[in-house]
Design a protein around this ligand. Structure first.
Ligand SMILES: NC(=O)c1ccc[n+]([C@@H]2O[C@H](COP(=O)([O-])OP(=O)(O)OC[C@H]3O[C@@H](n4cnc5c(N)ncnc54)[C@H](OP(=O)(O)O)[C@@H]3O)[C@@H](O)[C@H]2O)c1
Length: 231
């Protein structure tokens, strides 16, 4: 079984890679920084020596189709695709720097849209597979400093909903994941000693569970918040 994960060098993407690796899946990974990506790959390969892990650096805001072509060249069956790569640039519509919306949409939406389109024909032919789109609470709720990030995540939700509808008859499952705050580098030095926000492994666990249902069942939406609610 094969799983493709974007933005897998750290954070939620790496946690997802870890749980699939622990369950025997082969991994196909990308992120921009090659050094960090290879380091993550080596770490996973040491922990899980029996699986195959391949990784290549791509900037998905510009090279999503190229990453898709690289995947197609691996000649594998695509069992799971996780569109996770994303960047949080805090700001407000009224004063964020010019170009913030463009760069947020390129990184958070076009990446998933173009990669998925590149891989879909092969998946549709096989009539199998499961696509997870990492959205956010910011995909349906406005909040302070959301700005272009939140707008891009609303768009990601629109992409996900359309894809779910289109893929029903092709046997391809599509699941939107809407996490609230998760402890990753996006949160800098945040002190989570009181477990105020979620851990990346929490998101990974629920995604893995959703990927294990029978062919007739699709988890459409996963909404996760810290136990005490949003910050
Ligand atoms: N953490 C949260 O609180 C939270 C909440 C809701 C949703 N999310 C969403 O969850 C996803 C993962 O977030 P995270 O918190 O785990 O972030 P993170 O720790 O910053 O990791 C982001 C990953 O994406 C990669 N990446 C970023 N831009 C990329 C690009 N243009 N092309 C290829 N790879 C790229 C990063 O590697 P490089 O920098 O080397 O490219 C890294 O591997 C994002 O879509 C985010 O919006 C996060």
């Amino acid at each position: 079984m094969n799983v493709i994960i974007t933005g897998a060098s750290k954070g939620i993407g790496k946690a997802i890679a870890t749980i699939f690796a622990a369950n025997g899946y082969d991994l196909f990974l990308c992120s921009r920084n090659e050094v960090a990506l290879y380091k993550a790959m080596e770490e996973l390969q040491t922990r899980f020596p029996s699986i195959t892990i391949k990784a290549k650096a791509f900037d998905l805001s510009k090279q999503a189709k190229e990453f898709g072509q690289w995947i197609l060249a691996q000649d594998i069956e695509i069992d799971v695709l996780v569109n996770n790569a994303g960047l949080f640039e805090p700001g407000s519509v009224y004063n964020e720097p010019e170009g913030t919306l463009e760069s947020q949409v390129q990184t958070n939406v076009y990446s998933a849209y173009h990669l998925t389109r590149t891989l879909l024909q092969a998946m549709m032919k096989r009539k199998a597979g499961h696509i997870f789109n990492i959205c956010s609470i910011a995909s349906f709720q406005a909040y302070k400093n959301g700005g272009a990030y939140s707008i891009s995540k609303f768009a990601m939700d629109g992409f996900n909903k359309n894809l779910r509808e289109e893929m029903k008859e092709y046997g391809i499952k599509v699941t939107a994941v809407y996490p609230g705050a998760v402890l990753t580098d996006s949160w800098g030095d945040y002190d989570n000693s009181k477990h105020r926000i979620m851990e990346a492994a929490d998101v990974a666990k629920i995604i893995f569970a959703a990927s294990q249902l029978s062919a007739g069942a699709c988890v459409e939406e996963i909404v996760m918040r810290p136990q005490l609610g949003d910050l």
